[in-house]
Ligand binder design. Structure first.
Ligand SMILES: O=C(O)c1ccccc1NCC(=O)[C@H](O)[C@H](O)COP(=O)(O)O
Length: 212
């Protein structure tokens, strides 16, 4: 079946990892941000990476992380990509891409016209831009189950590699994919029964709907 590539973010248990592999998700997201209910320790993620090796690609999620955090996470999780979800500049993104020789994804918070165009700043500095819902000041920068007006993406003329996140769930992902033609869809809370608690049935339903 075709359809967009699928990333399930915020994996922290062997059971949820097995569920996304069984549902044939393309990417597993590990959150390295202590304020998140999905934050994983280096010990946890090393064990999960052993199970994921050869079965699913691993994306590390960071929010303005320092070099030590990045180095430890890349080593422990044997990451396949870095997702920068803070205020990282294009220069910082390019620096990390060169240092770790890994694809770098940059989250672009979207709420209003003009926000999408900010992705232009990262042209040449990152490998993918992930359009995600802008969250309230002081809240987590992602993983909040908030969505944005997908029609704002009509401003995305560049069409360089990109993905869609923010409030996606089994009930709306097919519509989001059809409307935006997103090459990648990403969810975290949309497949959870409680913050940080992934639900196997919701994971299977999300992946099936994304490919419908
Ligand atoms: O998922 C988190 O806990 C998180 C915390 C801090 C920054 C980013 C975070 N998630 C980033 C993601 O890629 C999420 O999948 C994305 O924001 C969509 O989340 P949701 O709206 O809950 O599906």
């Amino acid at each position: 079946m075709s359809g967009p590539r699928i990333k399930i973010c915020g994996i922290s248990t062997a059971e949820s990892l097995s569920a996304i592999i069984a549902a044939r998700a393309d990417y597993c997201g590990f959150v390295f941000f202590p304020r998140s209910p999905r934050h994983v320790s280096l010990e946890q993620v090393a064990a999960l990476a052993d199970r994921a090796e050869g079965r699913i690609a691993r994306v590390g999620l960071f929010v303005d992380a320092d070099d030590l955090v990045l180095e430890q996470a890349v080593a422990a999780a044997r990451l396949d990509a870095l997702q920068l979800h803070g205020d990282e500049s294009p220069e910082r993104a390019a620096e990390l891409r060169a240092r770790f020789v890994l694809p770098v994804w940059k989250a672009i918070p979207v709420a209003a016209p003009g926000d999408v165009e900010r992705a232009e700043r990262y042209r040449g500095a990152v490998d993918l831009v992930l359009f995600d819902a802008k969250t309230p000041k002081g809240a987590l920068p992602g993983g909040m189950g908030l969505s944005f007006d997908w029609s704002l993406l009509s401003a995305w003329k560049d069409r360089a590699p990109w993905g869609l996140a923010g409030g996606l769930n089994p009930s709306n992902v097919a519509e989001a994919a059809a409307l935006t033609r997103a090459p990648l869809v990403d969810t975290s809370s949309g497949v959870e029964s409680a913050p940080g608690v992934k639900d196997e049935a919701l994971i299977a339903a999300f992946c099936a709907a994304a490919r419908a």
